[in-house]
Design a protein around this ligand. Structure first.
Ligand code: DGT
Ligand code: MG
Length: 594
């Protein structure tokens, strides 16, 4: 039933691995299923016996009263065993639920862990909606497989086999006649599988696409509204949804094509039994009781046949879903600690060196950084300026090792960054990214995100450094105000300042600000620049900026163009040099005078 895939383990092997701690229970549950299905034979078996008893009584002219013992014993056995069966079914359901939920819990945690630890490349490869589909819908298909599909397989097999064995025990010839057509079912179901497997793959892709659309439009609803594209988006979603529904219907249609054949065969069974069984009775080859047992059990042969299409369908759904999960499950980030990574629990001095660093995104067409060489001494401020898209953000991403250069070396405190343990390296770097993300948490929670043990005074101090304390105090609930997606809205500049406070709060030895003051007014920016020069801890600052007012006080300014440093030096030198930077100064000062 399983095809080879590209993963280290087969799908069922992978499932088994994740049932750790629940495997024994699962095996017991499977035996339970087998048991309660064998118990299905009880009623037909004893009914047959009862009929034989009645017949004996009639034939031999005895009274039933004389055989009351046997009669009651048979009835009691029937009722008792049926009750017992109900209890087994109940416990069995509970066991499957425990196993499947436990397995799900384990896989879900593992996946979340995996996703959290991925590198930047992973996040630019997988869309959020797709990842969400994997940890919700796909995982549910896996749970369904444990709790229902595997169980149905065992159920059908036991039922079929025990009924078949029982038939053979009663009468070999009649059993052979009845069972002779069952291999046909296998042929039909195998053909069905080949048809339905690709549809399940497509179905899975469509679901992920639909979720991605929904996620993007819900989180991007402001853009949708701004451009008055609600109708377009609703229509677009409607189309995706329709497409998904149609594919679902197609799967059913495929089954419908096979269904009549399966039904035909399943329905032929009682007819064969009626015909052949009747002939056997006429010739006195079997007793009436045996015939009753046969006919009461014929469903135990027919039902598993009917079930097989459904089981196959569900199993294909599981296959498509588990492939998607295993892709994440077995994915490995490329940027990880080396086996001999250096531990560096202490603060860094903060020397940052780039030596002939060149870089190109794996999916990009052109190099983004070319031969970048510069040094930021401990405590220095290095400003990076350059037109949009010239590679500033890409450059600073090399320092916390979000990406690795194609050639050249990035060093912190004289050691190449890839030699450090990632945690130790990153804990020392305070980064305020270009697009600010705040969590749905209080302002205080957001500021102390990287440094959990901050006191309220410290939080206040970092907010002051980033010129945020004034506006925070003006909020009705101050530092306890919930921000982020579901909290009150903050302006772009306010968000930037909270993100700056968050970066400062870890007292980094290297502070990296990516356009962090682009949305604040000149006056506030001045304040921030002032506090950055007077922090109560030493740190190297690498500041990407567009404004001369920010770069002016830097120890070193790097002017980037098309991924190359075209000018470097301090403000005075660069103005004197009369290049790109000098032009920029003229332009910006001219603007501020005009
Ligand atoms: P900005 O923020 O608009 O001032 O621009 P920069 O200077 O921060 O530019 P940067 O480093 O974000 O982008 C440099 C080039 O690299 C630009 O052509 C876009 C491209 N790029 C940026 N991020 C990615 C990425 O994740 N994958 C690929 N393939 N290309 C990227
Ligand atoms: Mg940028």
């Amino acid at each position: 039933m399983e095809k080879k895939n590209q993963f280290p383990k087969s799908r069922l092997g992978w499932l088994w691995e994740n049932m750790e701690g629940k495997r024994a229970l699962f095996i017991i549950a499977l035996f339970g299923t087998a048991l309660y299905n064998v118990l299905q034979l009880v009623v037909p078996h004893y009914s047959g016996k009862l009929v034989n008893l009645f017949q004996k009584v009639e034939d031999e002219g005895l009274s039933l009263a004389d055989n009351a013992d046997t009669f009651y014993r048979l009835i009691f056995l029937m009722v008792g065993l049926t009750l017992f069966r109900v209890i087994v079914v109940y416990l069995d359901c509970m066991a499957y639920e425990r196993v499947s939920q436990g397995t799900l819990f384990r896989i879900r945690n593992f996946l979340y862990d995996k996703i959290q630890r991925q590198d930047m490349k992973f996040y630019s490869t997988y869309r959020t909606g797709d990842l969400m589909t994997r940890v919700t819908g796909d995982l549910d298909a896996v749970r369904h497989n444990i709790a229902w599909v595997i169980r149905c397989i065992v159920e059908s097999l036991t039922l079929f086999l025990s009924a078949a064995v029982y038939f053979f025990l009663i009468d070999v010839k009649l059993a052979l006649c009845v069972l002779s057509i069952s291999p046909l079912i296998f042929v039909i179901v195998l053909r069905f599988r080949n048809k339905v497997a690709p549809i399940h793959k497509a179905l899975r892709e469509k679901l992920a696409g639909m979720n991605t659309d929904a996620q993007e439009n819900i989180s991007g609803n402001r853009v949708v509204k701004a451009f008055a594209r609600e109708d377009y988006e609703i229509e677009h979603f409607d189309k995706t949804n329709r497409d998904y529904r149609d594919t679902n219907v197609t799967t059913q249609k495929v089954w419908l094509k096979f269904f009549p054949f399966v039904e035909l065969i399943a329905n032929a069974l009682p007819v064969i039994l009626l015909l052949v069984g009747g002939m056997f009775i006429i010739h006195g080859q079997i007793s009436m009781g045996d015939y009753v047992a046969f006919s009461l059990l014929i469903w135990a042969i027919a039902n598993p046949m009917r079930m097989m299409g459904n089981i196959m369908n569900e199993f294909q759904r599981f296959s498509a879903a588990s492939d998607k999960i295993m892709e994440i499950y077995y994915s490995e980030p490329e940027i990880v600690d080396r086996p001999d990574a250096l531990a560096h629990p202490d603060r860094f001095d903060g020397r940052v060196e780039f030596e002939h660093v060149s870089f190109q995104y794996e999916d990009g067409k052109l190099p983004v950084l070319k031969d970048i060489t510069f040094t930021a001494e401990p405590g220095e401020t290095v400003a990076i300026i350059g037109e949009t898209g010239c590679g500033k953000t890409s450059l600073i991403q090399m320092i916390p090792r979000f990406y690795e250069p194609n050639s050249g070396t990035v060093r912190v405190d004289g050691v190449p960054v890839e030699r450090y343990k990632l945690q130790d390296l990153r804990k020392n770097i305070g980064l305020a990214t270009q697009d600010v993300l705040l969590y749905s948490d209080t302002i205080e929670g957001n500021i102390s995100y990287g440094a959990m043990a901050l006191t309220a005074e410290e939080v206040e101090k970092y907010a002051r450094y980033s010129a945020a304390s004034d506006f925070i105090h003006r909020m009705p609930e101050g530092y306890d105000t919930i921000v982020g997606e579901r909290g009150v809205g903050l302006s772009g500049g306010q968000k930037q300042r909270i993100s700056l406070a968050r970066a400062l709060a870890i007292k980094p030895s290297i502070l990296i600000l990516d356009d962090t003051t682009s949305a604040v007014d000149m006056e506030t920016e001045k304040q921030i620049q002032h506090s950055l020069r007077n922090l109560d801890f030493s740190c190297t600052k690498i500041i990407i900026a567009q404004r001369i007012s920010t770069t002016k006080f830097a120890d070193k300014i790097l002017v980037l163009k098309d991924g190359r440093i075209i000018e470097s030096g301090n403000h005075k030198d660069l103005v004197a040099a009369g290049g790109y930077y000098a032009d920029l100064v003229k332009l910006q000062l001219g603007e501020s005078i005009a």
